[in-house]
Design a protein around this ligand. Structure first.
Ligand SMILES: Nc1ncnc2c1ncn2[C@@H]1O[C@H](COP(=O)(O)OP(=O)(O)O)[C@@H](O)[C@H]1O
Ligand SMILES: [Mg+2]
Length: 225
C-alpha cells in the first residue's frame, strides 16, 4: 500500500496550510509526522485519510488517484483501507467497549454475530477482553487507548493514522502507547502514520516526515533493530 502525494496544496480560504507537498510512503512503513503545533500535521493526516479534500494536487493510494473517487465508492474505499486513532478518544459514552470497537462494522453492514466475534478477538489481542461489557466511563485511560486501537483495526485497514496519540500522557504511558502501535504495526503489516511533536516517537519510526509551516521533507532512517 504505497501512498503518494503529488504537488499537493491545501488552503482554508486565503490561508495556505500545505504548500506543494510531494511525498512517497512505501508499504509497511512506520512513519512519524513531526512538526510543531500548527505546522499542518493533522491537515495532512485528514487529506491522506480522505476526511478533507486537498485544494489541488493528487493523492495516490495503491496506484489509484483517490482524489477522483466520489460517493459510495469513496466511502467504501476508505472504510476498508484506513483506520483512524484520533487525538482524544471519542469513544461513544453510551456504547459498551465491544460496541465501540465494532462501530465501523455497524456502518459497513457486518452481521451482529460476526461483529461480536471480531470485537472479542481484537480485545483479546490487545488485552482488554475483560472490559468488553463496560462503558467508556468505567475503564482506565490505558484501556481506552487500547479500545481506540481495536476500533481502528476493526475493518482490517492497510493504513493506520494516529493523531498525537501520546498527547497529554506522562512519559511512561506515552511509551506504552507507542509500543502498542509498534506491535500492531509489526503484527498486521499495516502502514502506520503517527503525527506527533514528541521527539520520543522518532526512534520507533522508519521514515520521519517533517512538516514546517506547510512544507514537507522526508528522511528514511536506518532501522536500529
Ligand atoms: N478547518 C480549518 N479552518 C481554518 N484553518 C484551519 C482549519 N484546520 C486547520 N487550520 C489551520 O491550519 C494550520 C495547520 O493546522 P493543523 O493541521 O491542525 O496543524 P497541527 O496538527 O500540526 O497542529 C493551523 O494554522 C490551523 O489554524
Ligand atoms: Mg494536530
Amino acid at each position: 500500500m504505497t501512498i503518494e502525494l503529488k504537488n499537493l496544496n491545501k488552503s482554508y480560504g486565503k490561508k495556505s496550510v500545505l504548500t506543494d507537498v510531494n511525498l512517497e510512503i512505501k508499504t509497511n512503513t512506520f512513519v512519524m509526522l513531526r512538526g510543531v503545533s500548527g505546522s499542518g500535521k493533522s491537515t495532512l493526516l485528514s487529506i491522506i485519510g480522505g476526511i478533507e479534500p486537498a485544494t489541488s494536487g493528487e493523492v495516490i493510494i495503491d496506484g489509484r488517484n483517490v482524489s477522483s473517487l466520489k460517493g459510495k465508492e469513496r466511502v467504501d474505499f476508505y472504510r476498508h483501507k484506513v483506520g483512524f486513532i484520533f487525538q482524544g478518544f471519542y469513544l461513544q459514552p453510551q456504547l459498551t467497549i465491544a460496541e465501540n470497537i465494532a462501530l465501523m462494522g455497524c456502518f459497513a453492514g457486518v452481521p451482529r454475530a460476526e461483529r461480536h466475534e471480531r470485537a472479542k478477538k481484537l480485545a483479546e489481542d490487545l488485552g482488554i477482553a475483560d472490559v468488553l461489557d463496560r462503558l467508556p466511563a468505567e475503564i482506565s485511560g490505558g484501556q481506552a487507548e487500547r479500545t481506540c486501537a481495536a476500533r481502528a483495526l476493526f475493518m482490517n485497514p492497510e493504513i493506520i493514522l494516529a493523531d498525537e496519540p501520546t498527547n497529554n500522557l506522562d512519559p511512561e504511558n506515552a511509551k506504552n502507547v507507542i509500543e502498542m502501535l509498534q506491535k500492531i504495526w509489526r503484527d498486521t503489516n499495516t502502514t502506520m502514520i503517527v503525527a506527533s511533536h514528541d521527539p520520543m516517537v522518532e526512534k520507533y519510526a522508519s521514515q520521519v516526515v517533517s512538516v514546517q509551516e506547510g512544507h514537507v521533507s522526508s528522511d528514511m532512517k536506518a532501522q536500529e533493530d
